[in-house]
Design a protein around this ligand. Structure first.
Ligand code: 4GP
Length: 838
């Protein structure tokens, strides 16, 4: 319908995007001078970063537009990934590498007088996530784009991401992370808005034609505004979209009626209340708190996203029954479960479908991924809370439950226990809605994130549902990570060395090609280069440590790293007790004995949820132990203890390539998968770990001889816990010595750490720290011994990397596509394929 002459003009003038150094510089300078109104004379590194980022954003947007058009024309099924967290980290380096123009930018910036590393370091992390779950979502976006899947991410545009952590006197202090001051990576779409309703009441009546009508009336409206973030794939022109919703008052800036009547304050208050919905990311990892604002966030985001998805579907003019052929929605944990209820509501209340027809569509559309078996992390919302905020949804939840329980009753007649166990409504006071159960009932597939975890959900928390639905509804997709960010970007020299042996960077798209490194496991020259790269990465981290902690560490020492959220189940307390044990051993050694010891640097990093007091106490202890050990002349270089402040994605990119050993030491059966374990091994670090989560599969792939395993097995945990209370239980004597040392005040105020000790001595040692302490320490002794044989160590490192192909998130996404989404990638003709890769 658009006349040819218009098309012609449009084609002629539409931007093509730079590919040469000169064109990049022109774009960069143009943005600095006109978009930012700066000049040669006042262009600092931040301005140069901004100009570069804007030049690349423009470049991405051209491909983004084409991708969206291509996907619309192809008219095939799309995947929508609903996640309350996207822990994206920095975007510029990733964009440069993914479009294959990092060298061009490097040379261009050089000419303009800047070092590319300094420019990259100007960027603020996009930290819209807590930990594993959020970072997984970011890796998945990268893989979906790289594999040309038509996929959208949907999330919230928090004004404040995860807090910034500072350490004061050894304590964690939380500082707000206002990251939006300048964010070149987002596009506000003021034309894409959705009004979302809260509160009100439900009016059921029969209309003039005798039809039952249900209408949700009154209450409060809040507007969702879309902000789009381009997600470039690697080595392809596909640029997918991450759509983040921001909240604002529906009536516009503020209520003019109130304003005109002089009630200025309350007019502004309404606006602020609306904006609060997308203001903060809840800083909890593996912990749910049941706060009303969190429920509001969840519904706001689900309602806006579904509205958007349906709007897109309706443009195809298909019948509703074809909805699941066009739309797959993946629920990243239970946070988006209300989307199930919302879709059912739209279909029956707004679109007039019969309950069963609607429910059939709903269940074919959704898939649910579970990320944890920890009881404190499983979401439950109180019935009165939902009743107040979402009265119509509560009715629908009750109906879903009624029909579900009727089918259960037919299968298990007279089994009242079963009915109450699987009921979506928990008969407590107040009654609670069990969101995981609702997610299972409303989805066609439920998956765990590593083999052990997927088995555990079937045998523990969801075992009754396996009886109801049969085992096929439950499946496993072992997590993965994107090798683009976690190898190529974080460890460019290692990536280059691998490419030099494999002949190309193709392994970044097909990670199984790494197995071609096996012949080099004993290649002297190759091993030398391999070891040099690790050393250079350690030097870089040592410099960072000196700058941030003022402690000088020896890069020749063994770097032993545990970076992740601080949580009792992840057992940083076990690690720090082990460090104290080592300290005591060093103190009791003769100078001769000390000379034989391999020097170590124990590096910790991670945030504690602000309300999680035990986790904060662990941080406090680590810092206090560090203060004492790091200045003890008896110890010197033999042991240093470092807590790195404000662990985040960009710090991980420095820390991970520099590790010799990393710690993945959760109590068996508690860590669903873990993904940093994969990142460390992919960067040539060895791991010490329990037989938990993906450690098990990593061991299977890379060989038991390349992993330092220790500790009790998941199958024995329950019995051990039982014994702690009712059996013969005594705390490991070596651990008791550690406790004595703490209690004697060696690390300052012993009372501050009392709770950590009494959790083990007096309260049943739920996380089995004492049970695993002996094998943990002995395994560390073994590590010391192995590290002395550097030649063998390096061979282990190479062999492990060679066998890590399985853990790419590309493999994961293909598995989801195949077994859950039933969706194909879109063929893309790649002029991009010939682009120079850097
Ligand atoms: C995490 C799990 O704790 C971790 O084991 C897993 O690798 C990750 O999800 C991705 O699947 N869970 C969370 C959470 O981050 O908040 O529940």
């Amino acid at each position: 319908s658009i006349p040819e002459h218009m098309r012609e003009a449009w084609r002629k003038f539409s931007p093509k995007g730079f590919t040469s150094k000169e064109d990049f510089e022109a774009e960069c300078v143009r943005h600095i001078e006109t978009t930012l109104a700066r000049s040669l004379f006042n262009c600092d590194e931040l301005a140069a970063y901004s100009g570069t980022a804007l030049a690349f954003r423009d470049r991405l947007i051209i491909d983004w537009n084409k991708t969206q058009q291509r996907q619309t024309f192809a008219d095939q099924k799309r995947i929508y990934y609903l996640s309350l967290e996207f822990l994206m980290g920095r975007a510029l380096d990733n964009a440069m590498l993914n479009v294959g123009l990092k060298n061009v930018a490097k040379q261009g910036l050089d000419e303009l007088g800047f070092r590319i590393e300094d420019i990259i370091n100007q960027e603020h992390d996009a930290a819209l996530g807590n930990g594993g779950l959020g970072r997984l979502a970011a890796c998945f976006l990268d893989s979906m784009a790289s594999l040309n899947y038509p996929a959208w991410g949907y999330g919230l545009r928090y004004r404040y991401g995860i807090f910034k952590q500072e350490i004061e006197n050894g304590y964690q202090v939380e500082i707000p992370d206002y990251w939006l001051d300048f964010n070149p990576w987002e596009f506000p779409r003021h034309d894409v808005t959705v009004d979302v309703q809260f509160f009100g009441w439900v009016n059921k009546y029969t209309d003039d034609e005798g039809k039952q009508v249900v209408s949700w009336q009154d209450g409060e409206m809040v507007t969702a505004v879309a902000y789009d973030v381009p997600v470039p794939g690697y080595g392809t022109s596909t640029v997918n979209n991450l759509r983040l919703w921001s909240s604002k008052a529906s009536s516009g800036e503020f209520d003019f009626a109130k304003f005109n009547s002089g009630d200025y304050e309350s007019a502004v208050a309404d606006q602020q209340r609306a904006e609060t919905i997308s203001a903060v990311l809840y800083p909890n990892d593996n912990l749910e708190r049941g706060k009303e604002l969190r429920l509001k966030q969840q519904y706001f985001w689900c309602a806006a996203s579904l509205h958007d998805i349906i709007r897109r579907f309706k443009k195809t003019q298909r019948k509703w029954s074809e909805f699941p052929d066009q739309v797959a929605i993946q629920l990243n944990d239970t946070h988006p479960t209300l989307a199930i209820v919302e879709l059912q509501r739209i279909l029956i209340d707004k679109e007039g479908l019969e309950w069963n027809a609607a429910w059939d569509i709903v269940t074919k559309t959704f898939g649910y991924t579970n990320h944890t078996v920890l009881p404190e992390a499983l979401e439950k919302w109180s019935v009165p809370l939902i009743q107040n905020l979402l009265p119509r949804h509560l009715q629908i939840i009750y109906d879903i439950n009624l029909f579900f329980l009727q089918t259960v009753e037919r299968r298990f007649p007279k089994d009242r226990e079963m009915l109450s166990r699987v009921s979506i409504i928990e008969e407590s006071n107040p009654k609670m809605v069990r969101m995981a159960y609702l997610a299972i009932v409303g989805s066609h597939k439920v998956n765990g994130v590593a083999e052990l975890h997927s088995d555990l959900i079937k045998t523990t928390i969801f075992k009754d549902f396996v009886k109801v639905y049969g085992p096929d509804k439950f499946t496993n997709v072992t997590n993965g990570i994107t090798p683009r960010r976690w190898l190529h970007q974080a460890n460019p020299r290692l990536s280059e060395l691998i490419a030099s042996k494999l002949g190309s960077y193709e392994f970044l798209k097909d990670l199984t090609l790494l197995n071609k490194l096996e012949p080099f496991v004993d290649d002297k020259e190759f091993k030398k280069e391999w070891a040099e790269i690790k050393y250079a990465n350690k030097v870089r981290l040592a410099q960072h440590i000196l700058k941030s902690n003022g402690v000088s560490v020896n890069p020749k020492a063994l770097f032993d790293v545990q970076v992740k959220r601080i949580h009792e189940y992840k057992r940083q307390q076990l690690n720090i007790f082990g460090v104290i044990h080592r300290y005591l051993a060093i103190k009791s050694m003769t100078p001769e004995e000390r000379k034989k010891l391999a020097p170590r640097v124990s590096i910790f990093g991670g945030k504690a949820a602000p309300g999680y007091w035990m986790a904060k106490t662990i941080i406090h202890l680590i810092n206090k132990v560090g203060e004492v050990i790091n200045k003890d002349p008896d110890v010197g270089d033999l042991l240093k203890v470092i807590f790195l402040e404000d662990y985040n994605v960009s710090k991980a990119e420095i820390i991970i390539p520099a590790s010799d050993i990393s710690e993945h030491i959760s109590t068996a059966g508690t860590e669903a998968s873990g993904t940093s374990n994969m990142k460390f091994v992919l960067n040539g670090g060895l791991v010490i770990g329990t037989l938990d989560g993906a450690n098990i599969e990593i061991t299977r792939e890379i060989g038991e001889e390349n992993v330092f395993l220790f500790g009790n097995l998941a199958e024995d945990v329950e019995d051990l816990r039982h014994n702690h209370f009712y059996g013969d239980y005594s705390v490991n004597p070596e651990l008791l010595k550690v406790f004595e040392c703490i209690k004697s005040g060696t690390f300052g105020d012993e009372a501050a750490f009392g709770a950590l000790i009494s959790a083990i001595v007096d309260h049943g040692d739920y996380y089995l720290v004492s049970d695993d302490f002996d094998s943990y320490c002995k395994t560390h002794d073994l590590i010391d011994e192995s590290y002395k044989n550097q030649d063998k160590w390096v061979s282990k490192s190479i062999q492990s990397v060679a066998r890590m192909g399985f853990f790419t998130s590309d493999r994961c996404i293909n598995e989801y596509a195949d077994s859950i989404w039933n969706i194909e990638p879109l063929a893309v003709k790649e002029e991009a394929e010939v682009r120079a890769r850097t």
